[in-house]
Design a protein around this ligand. Structure first.
Ligand code: BTN
Length: 283
């Protein structure tokens, strides 16, 4: 692949700061997410640790953050690779009073929070590619892995894990975060504080989370549609044995994609284990 990220050899790349728990805590002050932050320099997967903590009774709002994952997980059984001390890798534990089919609204709220924090901190605009990715143009900037446990139609815990490419050069390491990846650095040629970005994402997410549970979800719902990469486009959805092609109409208030097929029938695609790609006639 041609090097179309001219800023990656910039000497500014040397100035990255390490994650700093005190800075993060003081930035969050009285936030729900400042109460129990677990920071380890390296671990397997922040999602896995957050899930273990959930099973051991950790409170809502627990955040697990690391500089490096040795077994980072992406969706659909993929791995998530990221170099040490370069990107953001964290998971949030929630215990929402929601039925399982509504939990995807939390993924959308986190995607929106990240998008807004990135824009506010760096000036970079990105879009949400349903169901769980952040994109700049046709390149992936980050992804969310949502894991849920519950019974009797009631959620016990939700773990939302975000991997965001921040100060990384995509061409440095082939295979990191998949092909056609990008980073904030690659797009802006500037190095940004991951501490500050993390704080702003968590603050923004907290305010969206509050809105979701206090009847203010309509504005979020409008915003995640406004920032959606796929609406109005022909897309192909693949889930296990099933393939559906159609036009992406909107994302509903639960985070499901509403798709209109060639015969005018509307399909409600819940997040599940699906992949979405833009339709091209040869696909
Ligand atoms: C995807 O795009 O497939 C989702 C990627 C999610 C990666 C993040 S990194 C932090 C958290 N811990 C993990 O093991 N995965 C998520």
């Amino acid at each position: 692949m041609a090097n179309d990220h001219p800023g990656c050899n910039d000497p500014a790349k040397g100035k990255e700061e390490e994650l700093n728990l005190d800075l993060i805590k003081s930035g969050l002050s009285s936030s729900l997410f400042s109460v129990n932050i677990v920071y380890l320099t390296a671990l397997g997967s922040t999602n896995d640790l957050a899930k273990d903590l959930a099973l051991r009774g950790a409170p809502e709002g627990t955040v697990v953050v690391t500089e490096e994952q040795t077994a980072g997980k992406g969706r659909r059984g993929r791995s998530w690779l990221a170099p040490s001390k370069t990107n953001l890798l964290f998971s949030i534990l929630l215990r929402p009073a929601l039925s399982p089919n509504r939990t995807f609204s939390l993924t959308m709220a986190l995607a929106l929070a990240a998008l807004e924090a990135i824009e506010g901190e760096t000036g970079l605009s990105c879009m949400i590619k349903w169901p769980n990715d952040l994109y700049v143009g046709r390149r992936k900037l980050g992804g969310i892995l949502t894991e849920v446990s519950g019974k009797d139609n009631q959620v016990d815990w939700v773990v939302l894990g975000l991997g965001l490419n921040v100060n990384w050069c995509p061409e440095d390491e082939k295979g990191v975060s998949g092909f056609s990846a990008t980073s904030i650095f690659a797009e802006t040629q500037e190095t940004f504080s991951r501490n500050e970005l993390l704080v702003q994402i968590l603050k923004q997410f907290e305010s969206h989370h509050e809105r979701l549970f206090s009847g203010g979800g309509d504005e979020l719902y409008r915003k995640w549609n406004e920032h959606s990469l796929v609406l109005g486009k022909e897309v192909v959805i693949e889930a296990e044995q099933k393939r559906t092609t159609g036009k992406a109409i909107r994302i509903d208030e639960n985070g499901a994609l509403i798709l209109e097929d060639g015969t005018g029938i509307m399909h409600v695609i819940t997040h599940g284990d699906v992949s979405l790609r833009l339709f091209s006639p040869s696909s």
